[in-house]
Design a protein. Sequence first.
Length: 94
Amino acid sequence: MDDIVSVVLEASAEAGYGISVNPDATISSLVSQPDGRPGPAEEAGVGAVVGGRVVAVNRVTVTDGSSLAAALSSASGEVEFWIERPQLRQQQQQ
């Protein structure tokens, strides 16, 4: 489906997965490494979906920031994020 993108990220100790999310699991920004290098999400090209919402992690449905945190708490290694593209989200809100 073109409206949902999948990206596999592995957390770094300093920047986590490299995304910052709002309470509704919308990606608000990318997080860089403390030394200024790109974080995992930026390296993976997630910048194109800033403003989109995380809808699943490792195929576990995410409804908000709390369910995202719960899904990530049991994850390790590479994690697959399913992200609803921002333009679809904007169309649904109109």
